[in-house]
Design a protein around this ligand. Structure first.
Ligand SMILES: Nc1ncnc2c1ncn2[C@@H]1O[C@H](COP(=O)(O)OP(=O)(O)OP(=O)(O)O)[C@@H](O)[C@H]1O
Ligand SMILES: [Mg+2]
Length: 344
């Protein structure tokens, strides 16, 4: 009995553009790391993994010639198959006990709702290459809705907006099925790109992704700041390339984010127009739930609420909703079998 339990570990994986989370039955969330892998290429061994997650992220942009640190997931789907498979395996290895028994877990893994069959197959293959024999796929907005505690099986409409690093997806769900779904391959990373472009244009300063993420988290706002403040950032003067710092106003960060924020609100408005009247009436009562790290952009919920007149709330722990939803399916396969993603 004990051995069977050890041999078979059910795993839920949220393989995200920014972060990968792994849940193990009986243990909860055991991995929550940036989706970054660092490999060393040597002529003898080919590619060997030297770091994964936080450790690999700290190497980004600082690698010597024989080391490559990269994000293998791009816009929610696999950009580099070999690196994704190595990353999934390395992260699972950090979570599962090593020993003489090779666990052959059942895995459930999320895929973007609008991913193609080819993209889904690649994600399944990456999970299979970690030693699993049984892999199930679930569309990310459905997992997010479940993990956020929405009553997706009820005869009542629920809406979730899941905003990650590379994708923003929205789904209206009723009776366990998707009534309307929309997605963009645009997410929190694009917010950073807008900040980087703005600062280059307005201040002639080139800043890195991590500095842009800090500005977004510390000074980003979907509404104008009532009390503007300043924030400093360092980079390279463009085009000379010498190091320099500038002081920015929070109002500038707000302006830099206007464009990507409006893309999110346009997607929501279109979805509301397309939602059948009966379900739209349910949404006015039940409201809309936001999940994913992008939901944490300051006042994004308030802006969307003001623009739609609907109650909008951010889920508790928005960054873990997807993996939580995946785990709920594993815990009750017979109940949720029908919401698993179909493949041709
Ligand atoms: N406090 C915050 N304010 C604004 N953005 C935030 C905050 N915290 C995290 N983020 C952003 O959330 C994003 C990561 O969210 P999440 O982990 O849900 O994405 P993901 O699941 O890896 O990506 P995807 O689902 O698109 O593949 C990043 O762009 C990150 O900068
Ligand atoms: Mg995600």
């Amino acid at each position: 009995m004990l051995i069977t339990k050890f041999l078979k570990k059910d795993l839920a994986i949220d393989l995200g553009t920014s972060n990968t989370l792994i849940w193990i039955k009986g243990q909860g969330i055991v991995v929550n790391e940036p989706s970054v892998l660092a490999v060393r290429s040597s002529s003898k061994e080919g590619q060997s993994v030297i770091a994964v997650g936080h450790e690999a992220k700290s190497m980004l942009g600082r690698e010597p010639q024989n080391i490559v640190a990269a994000r293998p997931i791009k816009k929610g789907v696999i950009g580099d198959f070999t690196m994704t498979a190595q990353m999934v395996k390395a992260l699972i290895d950090t979570a599962l006990p090593k020993g003489m028994f090779k666990p052959q877990p059942r895995i459930i893994i999320s895929v973007p709702g609008d991913s193609t069959q080819v993209e889904r197959r690649a994600i399944r293959e990456a999970a299979l290459s970690s030693g699993s024999t049984e892999v199930y796929l679930i569309e990310e907005p459905i997992a997010a809705a479940l993990g956020a505690g929405l009553p997706i099986s009820d005869a009542k409409g629920s809406m979730v907006i899941n905003m990650g690093g590379g994708t923003t997806e929205l789904a209206v769900i009723s009776l366990g099925g998707v009534v309307y779904q929309a997605g963009m391959r645009m997410g929190g990373d694009d917010f950073e790109e807008s900040i980087i472009n703005y600062i280059r244009r307005q201040h002639g300063l080139l800043i890195g992704e991590r500095s842009a993420e800090r500005l977004k988290i510390e000074a980003g706002n979907a509404l104008p700041n009532e009390v503007p403040f300043t924030i400093e950032v360092s980079g390279q003067k463009f085009p000379e390339g010498v190091p320099r710092s500038v002081t920015l106003s929070s109002t500038e960060i707000y302006q830099a984010l206007l464009e990507p924020v409006s893309q999110v609100s346009d997607m929501l408005k279109l979805a509301l127009e397309k939602t059948p009247a009966e379900l739209a009436a349910d949404l006015a009562q039940t409201g809309i739930v936001m999940t994913g790290g992008g939901a944490l952009l300051k006042n994004l919920d308030k802006l969307l609420m003001a623009q739609t007149g609907l109650p909008i709330r951010i889920a508790d722990e928005p960054l873990t909703c997807v993996v939580k939803g995946c785990s709920m399916v594993l815990e009750n396969m017979s109940k949720y079998q029908s919401i698993l993603a179909e493949e041709e």
